[in-house]
Write a protein that binds this ligand. Structure first.
Ligand SMILES: [Zn+2]
Length: 178
């Protein structure tokens, strides 16, 4: 799939809720997003590896995203596809100690190193494409960070917006580094 990247203004645009039942076109889009991320994690791929993708990143302003977090550092593998999600709860502050990256932000874009200030735990409610029903899940740490990164895409927001450009690596009060 062709990725939508900065400086394309589309990645700065808010996405819209989807209607049910999903059209054949939307189901194809969903499967394309899933395959893109799954392929990006295969050994020998030429794709930039990713752990999540939102529809806007492949050019569609639909409120949905795929998360595929491989097992790592004590976190189990987690795959979920959210449609029309809402974050209903957020807890204390956290950030990944090495910062974040994004398939829509090329390596040539400046000022992308630094702590991306987020929450430690979030609750998300939405339709699960895999489970075929509304679900509510609470995730902590790394998985919570991925949820927030992908959810930002639905709002036209990017991780670089959450970095303090003047104090890139400065930990906030009460912020846990993951
Ligand atoms: Zn991203």
């Amino acid at each position: 799939m062709n990725l939508t990247m900065l400086p394309d203004k589309k990645v700065r645009t808010k996405s819209k809720n989807l209607d049910f039942p999903l059209s054949k076109e939307k189901i194809d889009l969903i499967n394309g997003m899933i395959n893109h991320i799954d392929d990006s994690q295969k050994p020998g791929t030429t794709l930039r590896p990713g752990v999540g993708i939102a529809a806007v990143q492949v050019g569609h302003l639909d409120r949905m995203f795929y998360i595929s977090a491989p097992e790592s550092d004590g976190y189990p593998e987690w795959k979920e596809f959210f449609i029309n999600p809402v974050i209903t709860k957020k807890s204390s502050k956290a950030a990944l100690r090495d910062g974040e990256g994004c398939l829509s932000v090329g390596t040539e874009i400046p000022l992308q190193d630094g702590l991306v200030h987020r929450y430690m735990e979030v609750t998300i409610k939405g339709y699960s494409y895999f489970q075929g029903k509304e679900i509510t899940v609470t995730r902590k740490g790394y998985h919570a960070i991925i949820i927030q990164h992908e959810y930002d895409h639905l709002e036209g927001k990017l991780f670089i917006d959450r970095i303090d450009k003047f104090n890139k690596w400065k930990q906030l009060n009460d912020e846990v580094l993951l």
